[in-house]
Design a protein around this ligand. Structure first.
Ligand SMILES: Nc1ncnc2c1ncn2[C@@H]1O[C@H](COP(=O)(O)OP(=O)(O)O)[C@@H](O)[C@H]1O
Ligand SMILES: [Mg+2]
Length: 280
């Protein structure tokens, strides 16, 4: 189970989760497609965007949470037009907050389902400020979505402790960014950094405002899906966590280049962003 959240002022979580699910490697999880769960306390986006009912959905999962055997979240999942399945949430923040509260500390157990449930659960938690610490602790990884400006990146700094709490933290930088992955990793404490391109045409498909199909393979494939596939790769092929291997080499900071080699070269540059963030 992986959680995806944005840092302050950086939209793009739902789109990134959709791209992640749409590009999830076919050979992962024995070919079982992931299921997305909208658990954003600010309210769901997908039902309204795609013209779908939010029932069955998050409210049913939350209602079942108190049962000893809540069952699979798949029972509450719907098929979205671009081949993704998702548990949808109502648009109302009040209902969503209550559903997430009901899931509470049990969210990990409930969302993962029973022993027969295989496949990855991708949880759209909206803003990282509302991320339940219990969920962060049981997730196999966390994606922090941010824009690439120094103001947005500065908001990563207070969340550095998540890298110790969560086995794997990947920062997804949406859109233009003047900083290198090693600099961002140094400031955020993330294990990996992935650049996600700003591609309105692809995002429109995942938002339901375009009926085009996104190419997932071939030389004309969507750059958004290609980036999401790299993101999935980082989540699936996690290096040993700092808790398991405190003396492990420095964290990977560049998707193409392990940080152990990138770190020394980047140290100089990282201090530039760290200084800017510290004084921001
Ligand atoms: N990578 C992207 N390229 C282009 N537009 C994007 C991208 N990511 C998000 N958007 C657009 O930004 C808006 C908010 O995105 P969304 O993913 O719903 O953010 P959030 O879930 O964080 O509120 C949507 O209109 C979406 O199409
Ligand atoms: Mg959203």
């Amino acid at each position: 189970m992986f959680a995806v959240a944005s840092v302050k002022g950086s939209p793009g979580v739902t789109t990134t989760v959709m791209a992640l699910a749409a590009s999830w490697p076919a050979d992962a999880d024995g070919g079982v497609r992931p299921v997305v769960v909208e658990a954003d306390t600010a309210g769901g986006d997908l039902a309204a965007r795609l013209g779908l009912a939010h029932v069955p959905g998050l409210l049913d999962v939350a209602a079942a949470a108190r049962r000893p055997r809540p069952g699979s979240v798949l029972g509450a999942a719907q098929e979205l037009p671009f081949g993704v399945r998702a548990v949808l949430a109502p648009a109302g923040a009040g209902q969503c907050r209550e559903a997430v509260r009901l899931l509470g500390a049990d969210a990990g157990r409930v969302l993962r389902g029973g022993p027969d449930d295989v496949g990855t659960v991708l949880v759209d938690v909206g803003r990282v400020e509302t991320l339940d610490q219990g969920l962060a602790g049981v997730a196999d990884g966390l994606v922090l979505v941010t824009r690439g400006g120094v103001d947005a990146l500065a908001h990563l700094f207070p969340h550095r402790e998540l890298a110790a709490l969560t086995r794997r933290v990947v920062v997804a930088v949406v859109g233009p960014c003047a900083y290198g992955p090693a600099e961002i990793a140094a400031v955020s404490g993330a294990h990996q950094v992935v650049r996600v391109p700003w591609t309105p045409a692809s995002a429109a498909v995942l938002c339901g405002t375009s009926a085009k199909r996104l190419r997932a393979s071939g030389w004309r494939r969507s750059p958004l899906l290609a980036a999401a596939e790299r993101l999935a790769g980082h989540l699936l092929h996690a290096a040993p966590s700092p808790r398991q291997a405190p003396d492990a080499p420095a964290r990977a900071a560049n998707e193409a280049e392990p940080a152990s080699s990138a770190a020394s070269a980047a140290n100089e540059h990282a201090s530039v962003l760290a200084t800017e963030v510290a004084s921001a």
